[in-house]
Ligand binder design. Structure first.
Ligand code: SF4
Length: 296
Protein backbone atom coordinates (compact mmCIF):
# COMPACT_ATOMS: atom_id res chain seq x y z
CA UNK A 1 0.00 0.00 0.00
CA UNK A 2 1.28 3.45 -0.88
CA UNK A 3 2.72 5.15 2.19
CA UNK A 4 0.91 8.49 1.82
CA UNK A 5 -2.82 8.63 1.23
CA UNK A 6 -4.03 11.05 -1.44
CA UNK A 7 -6.85 8.88 -2.74
CA UNK A 8 -9.53 11.54 -2.63
CA UNK A 9 -9.77 15.31 -3.08
CA UNK A 10 -8.94 15.89 0.61
CA UNK A 11 -5.32 15.03 -0.27
CA UNK A 12 -4.33 14.37 3.34
CA UNK A 13 -0.91 13.06 2.30
CA UNK A 14 -0.56 11.01 5.49
CA UNK A 15 0.52 7.46 6.22
CA UNK A 16 -2.64 5.70 7.38
CA UNK A 17 -0.58 3.12 9.25
CA UNK A 18 0.06 5.63 11.98
CA UNK A 19 -2.14 8.67 11.31
CA UNK A 20 -5.74 9.38 10.46
CA UNK A 21 -6.74 11.68 7.65
CA UNK A 22 -9.97 13.58 7.11
CA UNK A 23 -11.94 10.33 6.66
CA UNK A 24 -10.44 8.87 9.88
CA UNK A 25 -10.17 5.52 8.08
CA UNK A 26 -7.46 3.05 9.08
CA UNK A 27 -5.15 1.33 6.64
CA UNK A 28 -7.18 -1.86 6.81
CA UNK A 29 -10.77 -2.27 5.67
CA UNK A 30 -13.30 -1.33 8.33
CA UNK A 31 -16.90 -2.52 7.92
CA UNK A 32 -20.16 -1.91 9.76
CA UNK A 33 -22.50 -4.35 8.02
CA UNK A 34 -22.67 -6.76 5.09
CA UNK A 35 -26.13 -8.11 4.35
CA UNK A 36 -28.81 -8.37 1.67
CA UNK A 37 -30.55 -5.00 1.32
CA UNK A 38 -33.77 -4.47 -0.57
CA UNK A 39 -34.23 -0.70 -0.70
CA UNK A 40 -31.95 0.22 -3.58
CA UNK A 41 -33.29 0.90 -7.07
CA UNK A 42 -34.89 -2.22 -8.65
CA UNK A 43 -32.10 -2.56 -11.24
CA UNK A 44 -29.66 -2.90 -8.31
CA UNK A 45 -31.72 -4.79 -5.72
CA UNK A 46 -33.54 -7.12 -8.10
CA UNK A 47 -35.73 -9.69 -6.36
CA UNK A 48 -33.09 -11.03 -4.01
CA UNK A 49 -31.59 -7.79 -2.76
CA UNK A 50 -28.13 -6.36 -3.22
CA UNK A 51 -25.31 -7.59 -1.03
CA UNK A 52 -24.72 -4.28 0.72
CA UNK A 53 -21.26 -3.78 2.18
CA UNK A 54 -21.18 -0.71 4.42
CA UNK A 55 -17.69 0.69 4.87
CA UNK A 56 -16.84 2.73 7.97
CA UNK A 57 -15.40 6.17 7.29
CA UNK A 58 -16.21 8.75 4.65
CA UNK A 59 -14.22 11.44 2.92
CA UNK A 60 -17.21 13.80 2.58
CA UNK A 61 -19.10 13.67 5.89
CA UNK A 62 -22.24 15.70 5.24
CA UNK A 63 -23.69 17.33 8.34
CA UNK A 64 -27.07 15.64 7.70
CA UNK A 65 -25.73 12.14 7.03
CA UNK A 66 -28.29 9.47 7.90
CA UNK A 67 -25.44 6.98 8.24
CA UNK A 68 -23.46 9.22 10.60
CA UNK A 69 -22.67 6.30 12.93
CA UNK A 70 -20.37 4.91 10.28
CA UNK A 71 -19.44 7.99 8.23
CA UNK A 72 -18.60 10.36 11.11
CA UNK A 73 -18.26 8.10 14.13
CA UNK A 74 -16.58 5.16 12.35
CA UNK A 75 -18.61 2.44 14.00
CA UNK A 76 -17.37 -0.86 12.63
CA UNK A 77 -14.73 -3.52 12.81
CA UNK A 78 -11.41 -3.88 11.04
CA UNK A 79 -11.19 -6.88 8.72
CA UNK A 80 -8.32 -8.41 6.80
CA UNK A 81 -8.36 -8.68 3.03
CA UNK A 82 -8.98 -12.44 3.36
CA UNK A 83 -11.92 -11.84 5.69
CA UNK A 84 -13.30 -9.26 3.26
CA UNK A 85 -13.07 -11.81 0.45
CA UNK A 86 -14.93 -14.32 2.61
CA UNK A 87 -17.64 -11.69 3.30
CA UNK A 88 -18.08 -11.01 -0.43
CA UNK A 89 -18.33 -14.70 -1.24
CA UNK A 90 -20.80 -15.25 1.62
CA UNK A 91 -23.03 -12.50 0.25
CA UNK A 92 -22.89 -14.04 -3.23
CA UNK A 93 -23.86 -17.40 -1.68
CA UNK A 94 -27.03 -15.73 -0.41
CA UNK A 95 -28.07 -15.40 -4.04
CA UNK A 96 -28.12 -11.60 -4.04
CA UNK A 97 -28.49 -9.90 -7.42
CA UNK A 98 -25.48 -7.59 -7.04
CA UNK A 99 -22.81 -6.51 -4.56
CA UNK A 100 -22.98 -2.86 -3.48
CA UNK A 101 -19.81 -1.31 -2.12
CA UNK A 102 -21.21 1.61 -0.13
CA UNK A 103 -18.85 4.56 0.45
CA UNK A 104 -15.86 2.56 -0.82
CA UNK A 105 -13.63 5.49 -1.85
CA UNK A 106 -11.28 5.50 1.11
CA UNK A 107 -10.62 1.75 0.80
CA UNK A 108 -10.13 1.54 -2.96
CA UNK A 109 -6.62 0.09 -2.71
CA UNK A 110 -7.68 -2.66 -0.31
CA UNK A 111 -10.80 -3.40 -2.39
CA UNK A 112 -8.64 -3.83 -5.48
CA UNK A 113 -6.42 -6.33 -3.64
CA UNK A 114 -9.49 -8.34 -2.66
CA UNK A 115 -11.25 -8.17 -6.02
CA UNK A 116 -8.03 -9.14 -7.78
CA UNK A 117 -8.43 -12.50 -6.08
CA UNK A 118 -12.19 -12.91 -6.15
CA UNK A 119 -13.84 -10.89 -8.92
CA UNK A 120 -13.83 -13.83 -11.32
CA UNK A 121 -15.80 -15.91 -8.80
CA UNK A 122 -18.51 -13.29 -8.30
CA UNK A 123 -20.95 -13.75 -11.14
CA UNK A 124 -22.97 -10.67 -10.17
CA UNK A 125 -22.27 -6.98 -10.83
CA UNK A 126 -20.15 -4.96 -8.43
CA UNK A 127 -21.73 -1.58 -7.70
CA UNK A 128 -19.53 1.37 -6.72
CA UNK A 129 -21.83 3.51 -4.58
CA UNK A 130 -20.11 6.82 -3.89
CA UNK A 131 -20.82 10.34 -2.65
CA UNK A 132 -19.25 11.54 -5.89
CA UNK A 133 -16.40 13.33 -4.09
CA UNK A 134 -13.78 11.45 -6.06
CA UNK A 135 -10.56 11.98 -7.93
CA UNK A 136 -10.51 10.87 -11.56
CA UNK A 137 -7.26 8.95 -10.86
CA UNK A 138 -9.01 6.85 -8.23
CA UNK A 139 -11.89 6.04 -10.59
CA UNK A 140 -9.37 4.95 -13.21
CA UNK A 141 -7.73 2.68 -10.61
CA UNK A 142 -10.96 0.90 -9.67
CA UNK A 143 -12.62 0.80 -13.07
CA UNK A 144 -11.66 -2.74 -14.05
CA UNK A 145 -13.11 -4.05 -10.80
CA UNK A 146 -16.56 -2.45 -10.83
CA UNK A 147 -19.45 -2.91 -13.22
CA UNK A 148 -21.86 -0.15 -12.28
CA UNK A 149 -21.15 3.32 -10.96
CA UNK A 150 -23.73 4.69 -8.55
CA UNK A 151 -22.54 8.22 -7.76
CA UNK A 152 -24.45 10.92 -5.96
CA UNK A 153 -24.41 14.40 -7.33
CA UNK A 154 -25.25 16.26 -4.16
CA UNK A 155 -24.62 19.90 -5.00
CA UNK A 156 -23.64 22.15 -7.83
CA UNK A 157 -23.56 25.25 -5.67
CA UNK A 158 -20.19 25.55 -3.90
CA UNK A 159 -21.57 27.59 -1.01
CA UNK A 160 -23.93 24.75 -0.10
CA UNK A 161 -21.28 22.05 -0.48
CA UNK A 162 -18.95 24.08 1.72
CA UNK A 163 -21.61 24.74 4.33
CA UNK A 164 -23.06 21.22 4.62
CA UNK A 165 -20.14 19.02 3.55
CA UNK A 166 -17.05 21.16 4.08
CA UNK A 167 -16.14 20.78 0.42
CA UNK A 168 -16.37 23.95 -1.66
CA UNK A 169 -14.79 22.04 -4.56
CA UNK A 170 -17.37 19.21 -4.43
CA UNK A 171 -18.93 19.82 -7.85
CA UNK A 172 -15.57 20.46 -9.49
CA UNK A 173 -14.40 16.96 -8.52
CA UNK A 174 -17.78 15.24 -8.73
CA UNK A 175 -18.55 16.53 -12.21
CA UNK A 176 -15.14 15.37 -13.51
CA UNK A 177 -15.57 11.99 -11.84
CA UNK A 178 -19.11 11.47 -13.18
CA UNK A 179 -18.03 12.47 -16.69
CA UNK A 180 -15.24 9.91 -16.49
CA UNK A 181 -17.67 7.24 -15.24
CA UNK A 182 -19.94 8.00 -18.21
CA UNK A 183 -16.99 7.71 -20.57
CA UNK A 184 -15.86 4.42 -19.02
CA UNK A 185 -19.33 2.83 -18.88
CA UNK A 186 -21.22 4.76 -21.57
CA UNK A 187 -24.09 2.33 -22.16
CA UNK A 188 -26.69 0.77 -19.89
CA UNK A 189 -26.42 -3.00 -20.10
CA UNK A 190 -28.93 -5.30 -18.39
CA UNK A 191 -29.16 -8.99 -17.68
CA UNK A 192 -32.64 -10.10 -16.70
CA UNK A 193 -33.56 -6.58 -15.54
CA UNK A 194 -30.42 -6.18 -13.40
CA UNK A 195 -28.01 -3.44 -14.47
CA UNK A 196 -24.69 -5.14 -15.20
CA UNK A 197 -22.84 -2.15 -16.65
CA UNK A 198 -23.49 1.58 -16.68
CA UNK A 199 -24.01 4.63 -14.52
CA UNK A 200 -26.92 5.44 -12.23
CA UNK A 201 -26.75 8.96 -10.81
CA UNK A 202 -28.51 9.62 -7.52
CA UNK A 203 -29.68 12.96 -6.30
CA UNK A 204 -31.18 13.62 -2.89
CA UNK A 205 -33.28 16.77 -2.93
CA UNK A 206 -32.33 18.98 0.02
CA UNK A 207 -34.54 21.53 1.79
CA UNK A 208 -34.24 24.98 0.24
CA UNK A 209 -32.05 23.76 -2.62
CA UNK A 210 -34.48 22.70 -5.33
CA UNK A 211 -33.00 25.25 -7.76
CA UNK A 212 -29.61 23.60 -7.32
CA UNK A 213 -31.32 20.24 -7.98
CA UNK A 214 -32.74 21.60 -11.23
CA UNK A 215 -29.30 22.84 -12.28
CA UNK A 216 -27.87 19.39 -11.58
CA UNK A 217 -30.52 17.74 -13.76
CA UNK A 218 -29.74 20.18 -16.59
CA UNK A 219 -26.04 19.39 -16.20
CA UNK A 220 -26.73 15.64 -16.41
CA UNK A 221 -28.82 16.09 -19.54
CA UNK A 222 -26.20 18.28 -21.25
CA UNK A 223 -23.39 15.96 -20.24
CA UNK A 224 -24.94 12.74 -21.52
CA UNK A 225 -25.89 14.50 -24.75
CA UNK A 226 -22.34 15.83 -25.19
CA UNK A 227 -20.77 12.44 -24.44
CA UNK A 228 -23.36 10.46 -26.43
CA UNK A 229 -23.74 8.27 -23.37
CA UNK A 230 -26.65 6.91 -21.38
CA UNK A 231 -27.42 6.92 -17.70
CA UNK A 232 -30.24 6.41 -15.26
CA UNK A 233 -31.11 8.95 -12.64
CA UNK A 234 -32.59 8.33 -9.24
CA UNK A 235 -34.36 11.24 -7.58
CA UNK A 236 -34.68 10.84 -3.87
CA UNK A 237 -37.12 12.56 -1.54
CA UNK A 238 -36.10 10.71 1.61
CA UNK A 239 -34.14 13.52 3.28
CA UNK A 240 -34.66 13.65 7.03
CA UNK A 241 -32.86 16.12 9.27
CA UNK A 242 -30.25 13.89 10.88
CA UNK A 243 -27.13 14.31 12.94
CA UNK A 244 -25.91 17.92 12.90
CA UNK A 245 -28.58 19.33 10.60
CA UNK A 246 -30.16 20.96 13.66
CA UNK A 247 -27.21 23.39 13.54
CA UNK A 248 -28.60 24.66 10.23
CA UNK A 249 -32.22 25.83 10.60
CA UNK A 250 -32.67 26.00 6.82
CA UNK A 251 -32.19 22.22 6.45
CA UNK A 252 -33.66 21.17 9.77
CA UNK A 253 -36.88 19.99 8.12
CA UNK A 254 -38.16 17.61 5.44
CA UNK A 255 -38.47 18.87 1.88
CA UNK A 256 -41.86 20.18 0.83
CA UNK A 257 -44.14 18.77 -1.82
CA UNK A 258 -43.67 22.02 -3.78
CA UNK A 259 -39.86 21.63 -3.77
CA UNK A 260 -39.96 17.99 -4.80
CA UNK A 261 -42.52 18.52 -7.55
CA UNK A 262 -40.39 21.28 -9.07
CA UNK A 263 -37.47 18.85 -9.38
CA UNK A 264 -39.57 15.91 -10.57
CA UNK A 265 -41.21 18.06 -13.25
CA UNK A 266 -37.82 19.17 -14.53
CA UNK A 267 -36.60 15.56 -14.74
CA UNK A 268 -39.70 14.68 -16.76
CA UNK A 269 -39.32 17.75 -18.99
CA UNK A 270 -35.68 16.82 -19.70
CA UNK A 271 -36.74 13.23 -20.45
CA UNK A 272 -34.21 11.79 -18.06
CA UNK A 273 -34.96 8.15 -17.42
CA UNK A 274 -34.66 6.31 -14.16
CA UNK A 275 -36.40 6.34 -10.82
CA UNK A 276 -38.40 8.90 -8.90
CA UNK A 277 -38.90 8.15 -5.26
CA UNK A 278 -42.35 8.71 -3.84
CA UNK A 279 -42.64 11.97 -1.89
CA UNK A 280 -43.67 10.05 1.23
CA UNK A 281 -40.38 8.16 1.37
CA UNK A 282 -38.78 10.21 4.12
CA UNK A 283 -39.00 7.63 6.84
CA UNK A 284 -36.55 5.85 9.07
CA UNK A 285 -37.25 2.37 7.68
CA UNK A 286 -34.89 3.03 4.73
CA UNK A 287 -31.98 3.53 7.09
CA UNK A 288 -29.96 0.42 7.86
CA UNK A 289 -29.23 -0.60 11.42
CA UNK A 290 -25.49 -0.91 11.88
CA UNK A 291 -24.91 -4.00 13.97
CA UNK A 292 -21.90 -5.73 12.37
CA UNK A 293 -24.23 -8.22 10.70
CA UNK A 294 -22.23 -10.34 8.27
CA UNK A 295 -18.90 -9.01 9.57
CA UNK A 296 -18.07 -11.09 12.65
S1 SF4 B 1 -8.99 8.74 1.66
FE1 SF4 B 1 -9.03 9.62 3.73
S2 SF4 B 1 -6.87 9.85 4.33
FE2 SF4 B 1 -6.93 9.52 2.10
S3 SF4 B 1 -6.91 11.57 1.18
FE3 SF4 B 1 -9.08 10.96 1.40
S4 SF4 B 1 -9.76 11.72 3.41
FE4 SF4 B 1 -7.52 11.78 3.36
Amino acid sequence: MESKCNLCPRNCNIDRNNKRGYCKAPNTIKLAKAAPFFYEEPVISGNNGTGAVFFSGCNLKCCYCQNYQISHELFGENVTIDRFIYILLSLADKNVDSISLISPTVYVLQIIKALDKVKHKLKIPIIYNTSGYEKAETINLINDYVDVYLPDIKYMNSLSSELYSNASDYFEFCSDAVKLMLELKPKLVYKESILISGVLIRHLVLPGLYKDSINILKWIKNTIDDLHSECLISLMSQYLPYYMSSNFPQIDRKITKYEYNKVVNKAIELQLSGFIQDKNSSKDSYIPIFDLEGIK
